[in-house]
Design a protein around this ligand. Structure first.
Ligand code: UT7
Length: 330
């Protein structure tokens, strides 16, 4: 009941923000950022809209796969930083690449987005006889939602996109998706506001724990998210692994969400797995939200580290708070 990842592609904006660049507008330094996060530089979208990066990644994946783009039955874009509230990024990308026979929708599970989207795609190819290929695109422009006065968050994120084309296969597969919405206010960005004069009409039993903040600015409680992440990552693996009786020793590569190298190190320790089995791209990409797992996967494949037949564990966490894991054979 699994999938075959036929091909992947990516798009990385040329513009980079190095740690030292932040010293121009916040009190920080390269050493703090490197040692506390593992990040050295991160790509920043300039003129590129989110959909453009997704489209370029999708085109690269289609080209590599050798498939006819008209055989794509569905485009799923996972993004937390859509250019529009509507239309979906998926519809824009579907049109731009010429996937004229595909449906299209966006899926927002924040940084866990690719895990959710890949698992959703798997369910389509497994249950629809006519669905030959699904294109999953992770495209993110976190930089447009950052508060560049907040040194605890603005140094973490980068922009970019990665895409995968999948088809049905009988390869090993397991997944587990979870959410703990009690932590929804720990990592959020507001897209709409209720006008103050209308807000006062709210009934007494209405509560809104979300912090007051300007629209389209990311807020995070870094310490709490850190704590959550260090248990969510190992749990994401365990939940998916237990379903099919797989253990850490069966896994060739762990591809975690890239938020902070210390989070990954702690997760590796908790799982009892050497860091050598983890793909880490934080130094050059930073945290690209839902694009971080597929960018790391694609990089591992391109570097020749990840080989056909190997067993992979994709484990993520993010706003929501969401988390989840997929175990699959590449
Ligand atoms: O996709 C999920 C997205 N978010 C995350 O995954 C965030 C998870 N959290 C983290 O990665 C870490 O909590 C941070 C990197 C955000 C912060 O690291 P930390 O080790 O938890 O630092 P801290 O918040 O405990 O702050 C320690 C000190 C503070 O100074 P004082 O109060 O001790 O004087 C901060 O003000 O470091 C200060 N600090 C900085 N100093 C230099 C915070 N940010 C910076 C900075 N440069 N950029």
């Amino acid at each position: 009941m699994g999938i075959n990842i036929l091909a992947m592609g990516n798009y990385i904006p040329e513009q980079k923000l190095k740690n030292d660049d932040f010293t121009r507008f916040i009190e920080t330094n390269d050493e703090w950022i490197r040692t506390r996060t593992g990040i050295v530089e991160r790509p920043m979208a300039g003129w590129e809209p989110t959909w453009y990066m997704g489209m370029k990644a999708a085109e690269a994946a289609v080209k590599k796969s050798g498939i006819n783009v008209k055989d794509i039955g569905l485009v799923i874009s996972c993004t937390a930083t859509s250019d529009f509230l509507t239309p979906s990024m998926a519809s824009v990308i579907q049109h731009k690449i010429g996937a004229v026979n595909a449906g299209a929708f966006d899926l927002n599970a924040a940084c866990t987005g690719f895990v959710y989207a890949l698992d959703t795609a798997r369910r389509f190819v497994q249950t629809d006889e006519n669905m030959k290929y699904v294109l999953v695109v992770a495209n993110e422009s976190l930089s447009r939602f950052l508060d560049f006065n907040d040194r605890g968050s603005c140094i973490l994120f980068g922009d970019g996109a990665a895409a995968a084309i999948i088809e049905k296969s009988d390869k090993m597969y397991s997944s587990a998706l979870r959410s703990d919405g009690s932590g929804a206010d720990l990592l959020c960005a507001r897209s709409l506001n209720v006008a103050p004069e209308i807000r006062q009409d709210a009934p007494d039993d209405f509560t809104d724990n979300f912090p007051d903040m300007p629209l389209h600015k990311l807020f995070q409680n870094g310490k709490e998210v850190y704590k959550f992440a260090t248990s969510a990552l190992p749990k994401s693996f365990t939940l998916a692994a237990e379903k099919i009786g797989v253990t850490k020793d069966d896994i060739d590569w762990f591809i975690p969400h890239q938020a902070n190298v210390r989070i990954i190190e702690t997760a590796a320790k908790k799982l009892g797995v050497s860091m050598d089995k983890f793909i880490v791209t934080l130094d050059h990409f930073g945290n690209t939200s839902s694009a971080s797992i597929p960018l790391a996967l694609n990089e591992g494949i391109e570097k020749g580290l990840i080989k056909r037949g190997q067993k992979l564990a994709l484990i993520g966490f993010g706003a929501g708070l969401t988390y989840g894991g997929i175990i699959l054979e590449y």
